[in-house]
Design a protein around this ligand. Structure first.
Ligand SMILES: Cc1ncc(COP(=O)(O)O)c(C=O)c1O
Length: 378
């Protein structure tokens, strides 16, 4: 299979000696990202402190994320993690007697479920839709669980465990039909799967930089549809949520227009340097082309796993999953360590090893990892 992005491989020096296939956890370090960190350190070293430069880097990161999801930079807040983003949103919700349910699935990332569960003292009631590893009907199950009681539906665009995809346009439409808000956790899709917040009827979407966005933890982006942002007043806040963060008025609590009202304290500036560089690379290549290629790698992974007799936890259809192919293994943590010794960075979760390539990986990277894994299991 031809690798359409082979010229980019040299930007990822780790690939000279180790095959990194762990984008569901941490993608490979690229030279543009390393330069962005160096630049941040250089500015610090030479100029001491440069708020203008720092704010510019945050603005550039927001603009790259906005471009990637077909939004405007003003629709994006910058926070420290996806959990923080969910907490900020939760703090702005009211759970009235006739509309108090938060709907999510049993396969959503636990941290986000915990944020919603923590709203119980404020009147929220959780409704967990049962989702099975490898299944392809989670979208219908979520849609079927929404009704006039639903305040918020929280959906993983791609699942952290088995990579299964949810059709967020379908769940978004259903949410709107019932007057509910849809929150999309795009941490496992941003950078690998096309997102169009307009076309997909997304109200709120959050993603961090560490996984398919090719960056590091410490920064997350929160999209809030402008007409919705205007109606929401967070009770988790800070000076960067103000109309003018530099007004320094301790007694004046105004909320910035749009998503900026969900900002809290000083944004993670060094992480913003990283994220603007890593997302610029992804946007240059284009997410649709990356998604198409990762779909081909998924098909290769599924075919090879079946040929090797491995037990696949992910959906059997490449179109129903993101880049991650999860293989059931005994003692996943030990196998992850053994795979590293064999030259492959993969990611253990509970009872699976996740093989999660990005655009810089080849079909041979994927089949080689699966063969090494099969050898270790035997
Ligand atoms: C789908 C998904 N959502 C949320 C998180 C947690 O994000 P954070 O640590 O930024 O809160 C993760 C982390 O792996 C994840 O995979």
């Amino acid at each position: 299979m031809k690798h359409p992005f082979s010229s980019y491989r040299k930007l990822f020096p780790i690939l000279d000696h180790t095959i990194q296939l762990s984008s569901c956890s941490q993608s490979a370090l690229s030279l543009p990202v390393r330069r962005a960190i160096d630049e941040y350190l250089e500015v610090w070293l030479k100029r001491g402190a440069d708020w203008g430069y720092w704010m510019e880097q945050v603005a550039l990161a927001r603009a790259e994320f906005a471009r990637m999801i077909h939004a405007q930079p003003d629709d994006i807040a910058v926070l420290g993690s996806v959990s923080d983003a969910a907490s900020s949103i939760a703090s702005a919700l009211h759970f009235e007697a006739d509309r108090r349910e938060i709907v999510t699935t049993t396969l959503d990332f636990p941290s986000i479920c915990h944020v919603w569960l923590a709203q119980a003292p404020r009147g929220a009631q959780m409704r967990f839709v049962q989702a099975e590893a490898g299944s392809t009907d989670t979208t219908e199950r979520i849609a079927g669980a929404l009704d006039a009681q639903t305040a918020l539906v929280s959906v993983s665009h791609a699942c952290f465990y088995d990579g299964q995809r949810v059709d967020i346009a379908a769940t978004g439409r259903e949410a709107r039909r019932h007057g509910a808000i849809q929150f999309v956790d795009a941490y496992q899709s941003a950078g690998a799967i096309t997102i169009d917040v307009e076309a997909q009827a997304v109200d709120i979407l959050a993603a961090g930089a560490q996984k398919y966005l090719l960056g590091i933890p410490g920064i997350a982006f929160l999209y809030v549809r402008p007409t919705l942002a205007r109606r929401l007043t967070p009770t988790v806040t800070g000076w960067f949520g103000r109309v003018d963060p530099f007004a320094f008025d301790p007694a004046g609590l105004d909320f910035a227009a749009g998503a900026a009202r969900f900002n809290t304290g000083t944004p993670p500036m060094m992480c913003a340097n990283v994220a603007r560089a890593s997302m610029a690379l992804l946007n240059e290549i284009g997410i649709p082309a990356i998604e198409d290629y990762l779909g081909q790698l998924s098909a290769v992974a599924l075919e090879e796993a079946v040929r090797l007799g491995l037990v696949v936890a992910s959906p059997a259809d490449a179109a129903a999953k993101g880049a991650n192919t999860a293989i059931r293994v005994p003692d996943a943590a030990r196998i992850e360590a053994r795979m590293l010794e064999a030259g492959y960075v993969v990611s253990a979760r509970n009872d699976v090893i996740r093989i999660a390539p990005h655009f810089y990986n080849t079909a041979e990277d994927v089949t080689g990892a699966l063969r090494a894994l099969a050898g270790l299991i035997r």
